[in-house]
Design a protein around this ligand. Structure first.
Ligand code: NAD
Length: 256
């Protein structure tokens, strides 16, 4: 038996991911702020539900403890809970909204990984983080939303190196606009332009592809009309010494 935990599992991409994971044979823990909706999804997929606000580190530890107590192990951690940011780009900054966006979209990933890593090491498990296409290009995204999603992609890429010797894979999925509640009124405007939205199940399918693969440190772009694929980042310019020869720093981060 393998156990998967999905945050933001009560709706949209998260609920579709719970369904796909269950169909692939995983026992699923559905985590959300909305316990009633999470309970409904859990019932549909034969898993369990847990109420947590992912911006709270204690709640992250509690959701992992629930998975271990109820199901005995953790193999797949999908950190998917997220909120849109409606922080306007013009001053003055709405600090409360800014902190909320960072709390859910960024802290929710960092705290979730911190809480789940020991259990994932025991099973040789993996983490998938729901970022966004907004992390890969300027596009039409709200800047604070893009900030949070870019940050998690950077975190995933940088963490993949120290997690590899621990036997844990970590990847990000970067969906384009997907037909879920998070789009709010923007959905109507996109429909008006006949802009094709992804379905939550298409994104869930991409997540299952990542789970079934063997890559790490990748950011998979998922857009309507194209097959999901790892985004190719350009090479970083190498450092040159005074004499013009390249110098590469040897790894010095602890991987204990
Ligand atoms: N829909 C899109 O166009 C799109 C595109 C790219 C990325 N994403 C990302 O996909 C993820 C899922 O979003 P969605 O589109 O399915 O939207 P959604 O609003 O349908 O689902 C988000 C879920 O997260 C839950 N949630 C919100 N705050 C939470 C918190 N603090 N703790 C626990 N749960 C919380 C909500 O209750 C909801 O069930 C998000 O991270 C979002 O940023 C969405």
């Amino acid at each position: 038996m393998t156990v998967a935990l999905v945050t933001g599992g009560a709706g949209g991409i998260g609920a579709a991911t719970c369904a796909r994971l269950a169909a692939a044979g995983h026992t699923v823990v559905v985590v959300d702020l909305d316990l009633e909706a999470a309970g409904q999804v859990a019932k549909e997929v034969g898993g369990t539900a847990f109420e947590a606000d992912v911006s709270d580190p204690d709640a992250n530890r509690a959701m992992i403890a629930h998975a271990l107590t109820e199901h005995g192990r953790l193999d797949v951690l999908v950190l998917n809970a997220g909120v849109a940011s409606d922080v306007p780009p013009d001053p003055p900054l709405d600090v409360a909204r800014y902190r909320r966006a960072l709390g859910v979209n960024l802290d929710g990933v960092v705290f979730g990984i911190d809480a789940g890593l020991t259990a994932l090491q025991e099973t040789g498990g993996q983490i998938v983080v729901t970022a966004s296409l907004a992390a890969l290009g300027p596009d039409m995204a709200n800047p604070v939303y893009a900030l949070t999603k870019s940050a998690v992609v950077g975190y995933v890429r940088a963490l993949s190196t120290p997690l590899t010797p621990k036997g844990v894979r970590i990847n990000a999925v970067c969906p384009g606009f997907t037909d879920t509640d998070i789009l709010g009124i923007a959905k109507r405007l996109m429909r008006k332009q006949k802009f094709p939205l992804l379905t939550p199940d298409e994104v869930a399918g991409a997540i299952l592809g990542i789970v079934g693969g063997d890559g790490t440190g990748e950011a998979w772009a998922v857009v309507a009309g194209r097959p999901p694929a790892p985004f190719t980042f350009p090479d970083v310019p190498t450092t040159l010494q005074a004499d013009g020869t390249e110098v590469v720093l040897k790894p010095f981060l602890s991987a204990k």
